[in-house]
Ligand binder design. Structure first.
Ligand SMILES: [Zn+2]
Length: 152
């Protein structure tokens, strides 16, 4: 097993491959990842496109720590072109919400911690701002209420 294969298994996010890994100082790990999906479906018409138009700048997406090292996925979102609409769109991925810099499972982890610990404690341990922790908590709490069918 080479390093990237091992890291893929550790990461365990389907349709995502580790291309490169780097230690950043003693405390951080960067995993450069790429999607293995060749296509994406257009949010407007639903048609599947295999034409990658371009890629975003690298985004740093916080994920669960690995061996007590803060883990960041270095991810470039792909923009596809829809032949039908003649428009371009950014692919959606199931492991991360659009426009946030955390994985879904990291948000779940932070949410679970805040249920037991104070916001400031979690923020300090995770190296996040209290505002960021609070925002994650509120988003997940709202989502849970929706799932439970309870209106706010
Ligand atoms: Zn379309």
């Amino acid at each position: 097993m080479n390093n990237n294969e091992l890291l893929n298994k550790l990461l365990g996010i389907s349709k995502l491959l580790v291309m490169k890994s780097d230690f950043i100082g003693e405390e951080k790990l960067h995993l450069e990842v790429a999607s293995t999906l060749a296509v994406a479906s257009c949010p407007d018409c639903g048609q599947v496109s295999n034409q990658v138009h371009d890629e975003s700048e690298a985004q740093m997406v916080r994920d669960l720590s690995i061996a007590e090292r803060q883990c960041f996925l270095v991810y470039r979102a792909r923009r596809f072109k829809c032949e039908h609409c003649k428009k371009t769109f950014v692919e959606r991925v199931e492991w991360k919400r659009a426009n946030v810099s955390y994985t879904e499972r990291y948000e779940r982890y932070v949410y679970q911690r805040v249920r037991r610990e104070s916001v400031s404690q979690v923020a300090q341990d995770e190296g996040l701002s209290e505002e960021a922790v609070q925002a994650i908590f509120e988003y997940r709490a709202k989502k849970r209420r929706r799932h439970a069918g309870i209106r706010k």
